[in-house]
Design a binder for this molecule. Structure first.
Ligand code: RIB
Length: 298
């Protein structure tokens, strides 16, 4: 079984600020730092660092090649990534406040320029039983889901960033969802929850709506849940000092999949992913902050 991420790769422009800038306000940052990111590339990095056999297929310009080199160092096969000198790599402008919380503006670049032919070529190297991991930062997602399903791939979907168009995607084909509390509520078409009872109600609604799928619901400092037809479990966060939450959800996703792939239960996989995310939030950057499997398992 192999893992394939078709997804975004971004040059993250990090600005450390005293608080997230408000409408009409101008503030000074502590300086600009360029860092490797993009939800797709981050999740592939997390899976690579966790030891999974993973390929990353993105679409970038020459300005993103340094990030492919990093991904290779993390054990990710990047041979399926389309590099074109006619486009620029996606960019993310990220403000990080004094508590490590962020706000992000995306400039999609190559992430939104996949063609049907490129998707066919990428998928042709994968077969029944392989696992496709998708987020919502590239174009052609509905088509990718349907083609992958036709080939017998299992499909993991992190509907982030969420937009209402997602509700029209062929989501019955999804085997595993990763959502945070806001995405979970949007997908379940209900109010955002704020406590255990509310989170469980959202899980229940999502399970009823997508009965064949497993659901991972991460709820920030309140921990993470997993639910499918046979199991419902929970793991609290591991409390490390927070300096930068960018990429924490992506770290969680990669390590949860690694746990399941290693044969761990959903409960143990949540716990593994919680430790990995704790390391990630305690360091700066997205994929560069992610721990290796050696750090996580001690
Ligand atoms: O999930 C974090 C990522 O979101 C950042 O690396 C940024 O590039 C955006 O894609």
């Amino acid at each position: 079984m192999r893992f394939l991420v078709i997804g975004s790769l971004n040059v993250d422009m990090l600005f450390h600020v005293p608080h997230i800038v408000m409408a009409g306000e101008t503030i000074q940052s502590g300086g600009l730092k360029l860092s490797a990111g993009g939800k797709g590339a981050n999740q592939a990095a997390s899976m690579g660092k966790a030891g999974l056999p993973v390929s990353f297929a993105g679409k970038i310009g020459g300005d993103g090649i340094w990030i492919l080199d990093l991904l290779r160092d993390y054990g990710v096969d990047v041979s399926q990534t389309v590099v074109s000198m006619d486009i620029h790599t996606g960019q993310a402008i990220i403000q990080i406040d004094g508590k490590g919380q962020n706000s992000i503006i995306l400039n999609p670049g190559g992430n939104m320029e996949f063609t049907t032919e490129e998707i066919s070529s990428i998928l042709s190297s994968f077969e029944e039983g392989d696992v496709l991991v998708l987020q919502n930062e590239i174009n052609l997602i509905p088509e990718i889901i349907l083609r992958a399903k036709d080939k017998g791939l299992r499909i993991v979907f992190n509907p982030s960033p969420f937009d209402d168009g997602i509700l029209n995607y062929p989501l019955d084909c999804i085997d595993l969802f990763f959502v945070n509390e806001i995405e979970g509520a949007a997908l379940a078409q209900t109010e955002v929850a704020h406590d255990d009872m509310g989170y469980k109600a959202i899980l229940e609604r999502l399970s009823n709506k997508y009965p064949k799928a497993g659901i991972v619901l991460t709820v920030g400092k309140h921990g993470a849940y997993f639910k499918d037809l046979s199991v419902c479990c929970y793991a609290p966060i591991v409390d490390f000092p927070v300096v930068d939450t960018t990429g924490a959800g992506d770290t969680f996703c990669g390590y949860f999949l690694a746990g399941i792939y290693m044969g761990k239960s959903p409960q143990k996989s949540l716990e593994l992913a919680s430790i990995a995310s704790a390391y990630a939030v305690s360091r700066h950057g997205a994929m560069q902050s992610m721990p290796t499997i050696m750090e996580v398992t001690g």
